[in-house]
Design a protein around this ligand. Structure first.
Ligand SMILES: Cc1ncc(COP(=O)(O)O)c(C=O)c1O
Length: 385
């Protein structure tokens, strides 16, 4: 059998800040300008319709989009069944006249959308010769990386703040990873990781080019699930911002294939009032975000005081006429209970924060009647005990 992904359209890497090109099948971390690399594809508008038809014969996982993924050795890939999550309409809790669809990501391996990005990153690390993999994480990314590294037979090391709920380090250890915990935030955990040897490849958010490619599949799936008509709004719980950067990239690629118009959903970046560096920067009209001092939230996935791809998220917000909302933590319990009772949905705190943001935007008239909104419910609350 031909193992190669001979169908892939990936051609090279491009520095997201300077446009400088880089080689695709070489180890890659940050660009010489210190910015994230992104994968560039050669996309032919005449290939789009044929590609779309070929999807009908493929299995339901993110690997159905193989031409738009950078993997070189397709047949030998590590595949735990990531992607292909449902879109669930709200029946009773949507703001009046607004259609709300929940992209429910907890069915992914290890219970969160982090599986998508880490699947691609670990697969690429494996096929490009990494001796091991490591990252700093608020929890879900550590779980996902540990699982894919175990499946790939690669040693794994994860660093996280010491107040991360105990279920996360415990499960990472069960998955064979070495776990390091540090006082402080992700920034402190990352600084500690940088002092360690071993030559492991660092797969932390946007410090390598492939997690974005995995997260991009959320956008590809949305387009396909909605019959190639994107929603008016995408409400997304934003920490490092890989999902926003990835979906924005996915929509541009589908447009280049002739499958979408230039109309884009308006992104809503949702953060917590106790750690909202991107919201603050957006409100100030800044191009990048100052680190948030004394980050204070128990919505672990959103406790990200500094994102290396901040300028890419802020650019995506501006390009889509989007907005950014900081949510009060005290509002989460009520919305979580209401969504369970009235919709049968068990939201994680990040998904609940998005629901609060949606209700506030609808009350303010920013999101209006007749509009369709996709809201991301990104992780299983059980991951945090
Ligand atoms: C459940 C959950 N939602 C959202 C986020 C933020 O995701 P992103 O890095 O794509 O902004 C995280 C990150 O840890 C998470 O675990």
């Amino acid at each position: 059998m031909n193992k190669a992904n001979d169908k892939r359209w990936a051609r090279r890497l491009i520095c997201s800040r300077t446009g400088e090109p880089g080689e695709l099948d070489q180890p890659a971390f940050l660009s010489p300008a210190g910015a994230p690399w992104l994968v560039e594809y050669e996309l032919d508008p005449s290939a789009g319709e044929g590609w779309k038809r070929s999807l009908a014969h493929r299995g339901w996982s993110l690997w159905r989009y193989r031409e738009l993924l950078p993997i070189a050795d397709f047949a030998s890939r590590i595949d735990l069944g990531e992607g292909a999550t449902p879109l669930i309409p709200l029946r009773r809790s949507a703001p009046a006249g607004v259609e709300v669809l929940i992209k429910e990501e907890t069915g992914n391996p290890t219970g969160s959308f982090k599986a998508r990005g880490l699947s691609l990153a670990v697969n690429r690390a494996r096929e490009l010769g990494a001796p091991g993999v490591e990252l700093t994480s608020a929890g879900n990314a550590a779980l996902a990386m540990s699982a894919y590294a175990a499946a790939a037979g690669l040693p794994a090391r994860v660093a996280m703040p010491e107040d991360t709920p105990a279920t996360v380090p415990e499960r990472c250890r069960q998955l064979g990873a070495e776990v390091l915990t540090r006082p402080g935030t992700l920034i402190d955990a990352g600084a500690h990781l940088a002092t360690l040897g071993g030559g492991y490849w660092n797969l932390s958010t946007l410090k390598e080019p492939y997690r974005v490619e995995g997260k991009k599949t959320m956008g590809l799936e949305l387009a396909e699930q909605l019959g190639w008509e994107l929603p008016d709004w995408i409400v997304y719980p934003t920490g490092g911002g890989t999902g926003i950067v990835g979906m924005h990239k996915a929509f541009a690629e589908l447009e280049a294939l002739g499958l979408l118009s230039s109309k884009r959903p308006r992104f809503v970046v949702v953060q917590m009032a106790g750690c909202a560096p991107l919201v603050r920067a957006f409100e100030r009209g800044e191009e990048s975000a100052e680190p948030w001092a004394n980050a204070d939230t128990r919505v672990w996935g959103l406790r990200v005081p500094k994102a290396i791809g901040d300028f890419l998220v802020l650019r995506a917000l501006r390009e889509t006429a989007g907005t950014a909302v900081a949510v009060e933590e005290a509002k989460l319990p009520e919305v979580t209970a209401r969504m369970a009772r009235s919709e049968g949905l068990r939201l994680g705190p990040e998904g609940a924060a998005c629901m609060v943001a949606l209700e506030e935007l609808a009350a303010a008239g920013t999101i209006s009647e007749g509009e369709r909104v996709v809201l991301f419910q990104t992780g299983d609350p059980a991951n945090y005990g």
